[in-house]
Write a protein that binds this ligand. Structure first.
Ligand code: SF4
Length: 241
């Protein structure tokens, strides 16, 4: 499927606007998501991998707290592979499903030791074969851990992409596949950070702050909002006079 000229133009407009707002220096190290902060501090793909597992179904703030607590005691695959799961549970307790995630973290650390001498592989195909690693986690490790262009897609990226009319999809996985077909590769590295920041700041799941948004003219969701309905009412009233 080809990308129409209008979609390409729209993607450029969106990325430029959000970059000015959220990444003015064009540097992921200046990002605000938990992963961007971990990268800024460590540049360690292993920590990005573990933080991404911790972030599943968890708020960013809690991911950051749990990651910091965990890495203050265990920093490497070898240390975590030998860790007591109960101790890991205690350190990551701020995140949801912490018992399950503690087992997963120890398990993935052991696999890295067994298969990759304690390093994190840097291809999508190898990452996706690791236990507990799905498409979003693999792509986060590539983008934030190695600077490889991909588009990790969580619920924020999925919702924002649909509202902005870039995709018409039902799941984050389908959104990710579609975005990687239509978004020029030069933008891939920053899409996750930009759309997550926008999705938390303005384009919230409930109660989006549309009057502060630059994309009302083409947003698919905007016509359903009270601001749009009020504007239509005012126009109708003026036309009847
Ligand atoms: S107009 Fe509202 S719903 Fe649409 S993209 Fe902007 S903030 Fe999101």
């Amino acid at each position: 499927m080809t990308t129409s000229a209008s979609t390409r133009k729209r993607i450029g407009t969106i990325v430029r606007d959000l970059s000015r707002r959220y990444l003015p220096e064009g540097d992921l190290h200046a990002g605000e998501t938990a992963l961007a902060k971990i990268v800024a501090e460590t540049e360690d793909p292993f920590k990005v991998l573990i933080s991404t597992i911790l972030s599943q179904r968890t708020r960013d703030e809690m991911t950051e707290i749990a990651s910091r607590q965990l890495f203050s005691k265990y920093e490497t695959p070898a240390e975590l592979a030998a860790a007591d799961a109960g101790d890991v549970e205690r350190l990551i307790k701020p995140v949801g499903f912490y018992r399950q995630k503690a087992r997963q973290i120890v398990s993935v650390s052991r696999t890295l030791l067994d298969r990759y001498q304690g390093t994190v592989p840097r291809t999508y195909e190898e990452l996706i074969e690791l236990p507990q690693v799905g498409p979003k986690t693999a792509n986060c490790v590539l983008v934030y851990g190695f600077g490889v262009p991909r588009i990790p897609t969580d619920t924020h990226v999925h919702r924002v992409s649909n509202r902005l009319g870039l995709v018409r999809t039902k799941t984050p996985e389908a959104t990710e596949r579609r975005l990687m077909r239509i978004v020029p590769k030069e933008y891939w590295l920053h899409i996750n950070e930009l759309f997550i920041r926008f999705g938390k700041d303005l384009c919230r799941p409930i109660g989006p702050r549309c009057p502060q948004c630059s994309f009302t003219s083409f947003c698919r969701f905007y016509p359903r909002t009270k601001w749009s309905r009020d504007a239509r009412r005012r126009r109708d009233k003026t036309a009847r006079r």
